[in-house]
Design a protein around this ligand. Structure first.
Ligand code: HEC
Ligand code: HEC
Ligand code: HEC
Ligand code: HEC
Length: 485
């Protein structure tokens, strides 16, 4: 061991010395072999050779969580018992995109597991007040009750659309471009409505490490969403559509659930058996389960964020979709240099009310941020998500002449940019450039045209090898593409 250490340290010293000699150029060697330029280029690409500005905090990456599955602490308050039984017995049959393996437990074993899960749960979760008619079976509703219910449902459907829940959640296999949320195609028969309300209002209060954003919904919006998810056929399993009318209403299901629990809890032995089954099946590798998880070392809870933008990142879970300095998702544009690319005023407006820049499913949901929150985000992005490489000053205050603009426009047409971009008609492969002058820093446009792959090495935009004059002219033209005030 000691020998090894000696060997390693003399090797390190030799390397440092050699490096010093090479760098200082005191000894003349034969020309060292030059690496292939292609290799350097590839290396830069894979190393992510980008300059970063040190952030005032370490951003939490929602994709790197300790456990792959959700906490099971209060799952018996979340999902009804019938659903839980069927789930544990065969997850793939319940949800098309289930990641949990089938563990081949018998019905008795599942019964014991549920007894244990019931024993570790809180007494109850906060209850909501619901208009009594909403808890009725649909067929027992009076006409006006049905109509009010229906109104809530269609309100909820509109909110669901604006919030783009479908971008993360497939419904019966459709949607889910981000690739993180469970399929909600049968969620109405799984969850309890009180739980659903709380979940959408504050996902992290139930599951601290969730990847789901906390939208800023008002109480009435939450109620509409809950009604939509509980009542619309989209969220009920397919076969029920034909089974017809004698459906047990969800609230009744929840009551049965509590009755069942009281009959299970007193049997301490069943609870102990459940705990052993959970240990044997290693459920705790993927789930936080009180009393069992201790078998695996648990990471200490991160301290509460103090920076306002960090709070926002955490709360909205921006990094489920966006990457920052090599951490986070890859679904949405990387934010590392967005401050040098985008104009501050545009960022503020966009995060508050996202516009559609890149069509084809890649759209940012509206989280209902307040104006102050949007301001916080825009200021932070401008200050910290910057690159020294874009020549922003060169184009900071320049004025365009009509001549330059029309020269740029001609080039834009001639180079076939509109195959992929839209200004007045065009393609949708690349971002919409209709108001690109409001959106992008002038200097970034020039930089991008000279080297389209610098920021996004995998983008399909060709490198036209434009001269500085050509790129300048196109920059002037794109700068002039603004909203008319
Ligand atoms: C290999 C990882 C893994 C193992 C092992 C595992 N699960 Fe899961 N489980 C998951 C994942 C992931 C989910 C989330 C749904 C999905 O995507 O499948 C889940 C979901 C659940 C749910 C539904 C939770 C909810 O909030 O909807 C229950 C209940 C559950 N698991 C129980 C168990 C039990 C009990 C065991 C042991 C017998 C177990 N799991 C073992 C990965 C696992
Ligand atoms: C950024 C992706 C994302 C968006 C957007 C999103 N969710 Fe989620 N949602 C998740 C994830 C991921 C989970 C599962 C918990 C986890 O693993 O963090 C989840 C869980 C859920 C669940 C529980 C499902 C179950 O079977 O346990 C419901 C209900 C839900 N989300 C509703 C919504 C609604 C309604 C919206 C829109 C207002 C929405 N989600 C938007 C990612 C998202
Ligand atoms: C559900 C995934 C998702 C979440 C969560 C999310 N975004 Fe986005 N964001 C997107 C998508 C997709 C786009 C691209 C939209 C477009 O081009 O139309 C985008 C675009 C942006 C842009 C403009 C980037 C550009 O170059 O056009 C900014 C800035 C931004 N998001 C900031 C944020 C911030 C800050 C948060 C958290 C407060 C956040 N996003 C949360 C999906 C998301
Ligand atoms: C083959 C399709 C294609 C062609 C042709 C093309 N682009 Fe692009 N362009 C893209 C894509 C894809 C992106 C998005 C890259 C990214 O996400 O950063 C892009 C990005 C851009 C951007 C940055 C926009 C932003 O929001 O990040 C500008 C400006 C731009 N292109 C201008 C042009 C001009 C000018 C031409 C013609 C000289 C052109 N493009 C030709 C596909 C194309």
């Amino acid at each position: 061991m000691i020998k090894d250490m000696n060997y390693i340290s003399s090797f390190v010293i030799a390397c440092v010395a050699l490096g010093y000699i090479l760098v200082s150029g005191r000894v003349v060697f034969a020309e060292p072999p030059k690496p292939d330029p292609l290799f350097l280029e590839l290396e830069a690409m894979y190393r992510g050779d980008k300059d970063y500005k040190q952030l005032p905090f370490v951003p939490e990456n929602p994709h790197k969580r300790l456990k792959n599955g959700p906490t099971l602490k209060n799952v018996t308050h979340k999902a009804n018992k019938e659903w839980l039984k069927k789930w544990i017995s065969n997850p793939g049959e319940m949800v098309p995109n289930a990641r949990m393996p089938r563990l081949m437990l018998s019905d008795d074993e599942i019964e014991a597991v549920l007894a244990y899960l019931t024993s570790i749960a809180d007494k109850e979760l906060p209850k909501q007040e619901w208009e009594p008619y909403l808890l009725k079976n649909e067929d027992d509703m009076a006409d006006d009750e049905y109509e009010s219910m229906d109104e809530l449902v269609s309100g909820g459907k509109a909110i669901w659309g604006r919030a783009r829940c479908n971008i993360c959640h497939p419904v019966k296999g459709k949607g889910g471009a981000v690739g993180v949320g469970p399929d909600l195609g049968a969620v109405a028969e799984k969850v309890n409505r009180d739980w659903l309300y709380l979940w959408i209002r504050e996902p992290q209060s139930y599951f601290h490490q969730t990847q789901m954003p906390r939208y800023r919904f008002k109480d009435d919006e939450l109620r509409q969403l809950v009604e939509y998810l509980m009542k619309d056929w989209d969220f009920r399993p397919e076969e029920e559509e034909t089974a017809g009318t004698d459906k047990v209403s969800e609230s009744k299901g929840a009551e049965e659930d509590t009755e069942d629990k009281s009959s299970i809890i007193p049997e301490g032995t069943l609870v102990e058996k459940g705990k052993r089954i959970i240990e044997l099946n290693r459920c705790f590798i993927c789930h936080e389960i009180e009393g069992v998880s201790e078998l695996l070392p648990v990471r200490s809870e991160k301290s509460e964020p103090t920076n306002e933008f960090e709070k926002l990142l955490n709360d909205i879970r921006c990094m489920t979709c966006h990457n920052i300095q090599g951490n986070g998702g890859t679904f949405a544009p990387e934010l590392t240099h967005e401050g040098s690319k985008l104009k501050r005023s545009w960022i503020k407006g966009f995060v508050e009310t996202p516009d559609i820049i890149r069509p084809l499913l890649q759209q940012m949901p509206k989280f209902n941020l307040t104006s102050e929150e949007a301001e916080t985000a825009a200021n932070f992005v401008e200050e910290f998500f910057v690159s020294g490489e874009f020549l922003l000053d060169k184009f900071a205050d320049i004025k365009s002449t009509e001549e330059e603009i029309s020269k740029g426009k001609e080039l834009y047409e001639a180079k076939g940019c509109k195959t992929c971009h839209t200004i007045e008609g065009g393609g949708v492969v690349g971002p919409n450039l209709k108001r690109v002058g409001d959106r992008l820093e002038n200097g970034f446009i020039f930089f991008h045209l000279k080297d389209p792959h610098h920021e996004t090495p995998d983008a399909v935009e060709p490198n036209y090898n434009l001269t500085d004059e050509e790129a300048t002219a196109i920059t002037h033209f794109l700068m002039s593409c603004k909203s008319k005030e």
